[in-house]
Design a protein around this ligand. Structure first.
Ligand code: BTN
Length: 252
């Protein structure tokens, strides 16, 4: 099934019903994340915004998320109430991504703190979470980008060494099936009691734990030490320090 089938109202409403949330599909949009945040600000309780192409896709740390039209799964889910703090939820979402990929035959996905899914040591997917603090319960918008059909030449020279796609890794995955599997796994990890179990799975799939790493943090000297664990709030424990944000690379 092709993702563009979502442009057909009857297909969209059937899937919206099946997935229990209103689906918005855009052939082209600035950013699904910005659109889902608009829906959150307007008071929507749950929504799923999907696009075939983004002209201003957002990555973490203010970076741009690049994906040629038709190559990727680009989607943002609105959760209300927020299922967890954003810092924890990106880890839990990464577990959902790995589980969804496994359902579609991709068994070797590993996770790099905080929000990367890695295949063959290269990033294949990333997640971004924005929380709102309005009202009593607040909401959380989770954006996920999965590189599905890219060939090596579709990545910029800068990304080629660190990024991959499911196709490059030898997996032919349909984006609509991935969207459905991912939504189901996200709903499963947000169910009561799941976050601690998901963190255990995160640990099993982690690339960094037990390795000597360097963490680059804004305005602070680099931190070197052994990545020992993830804390219940999603922080990475390096040596005796808790890291909540930063760029991590493996030294040994
Ligand atoms: C990262 O930098 O690893 C996070 C990338 C998140 C990208 C996705 S693509 C769909 C959604 N819309 C955006 O603008 N960003 C997220």
């Amino acid at each position: 099934m092709r993702l563009a089938l979502l442009a057909i109202p009857a297909v969209r409403s059937a899937l919206s019903l099946e997935l229990g949330r209103q689906i918005e599909y855009h052939a082209t949009i600035g950013s699904t994340q910005d659109r889902a945040r608009e829906l959150a600000a307007a008071g929507s309780s749950s929504a799923l915004v999907v696009a075939d192409e983004q002209t201003a896709g957002r990555g973490t740390k203010g970076r741009v998320w690049e994906a040629p039209a038709g190559t990727s799964l680009l989607a943002s889910w609105l959760f209300r109430p927020a299922p967890a703090d954003a810092a924890l939820f990106v880890l839990v979402a990464a577990v959902a991504m790995a589980r969804a990929l496994e359902r579609l035959g991709v068994r070797d996905a590993r996770l790099k703190w905080p929000n990367d899914v890695v295949l063959d040591r290269r990033k294949v997917a990333g997640a971004l979470a924005h929380a709102t603090t309005d009202g009593q319960v607040g909401s959380l918008v989770l954006g996920i980008g999965v590189n599905v059909h890219q060939r090596a030449e579709d990545f910029s020279a800068e990304l080629r060494a660190t990024a991959t796609s499911l196709a490059i890794a030898g997996h032919q995955v349909d984006r609509l099936s991935l969207l459905v599997a991912l939504t189901r796994e996200l709903d499963r990890v947000t169910a009561a009691g799941e976050p601690p179990a998901a963190l255990d799975e995160w640990r099993r799939r982690a690339t960094l734990l037990g390795r000597t790493v360097e963490v680059v943090r804004d305005g602070r000297p680099p931190l070197r030490g052994i990545a020992r664990d993830v804390a219940p709030d999603g922080a990475l424990v390096v040596g005796t320090e808790r890291v909540l944000a930063g760029e991590v690379r493996i030294l040994a």
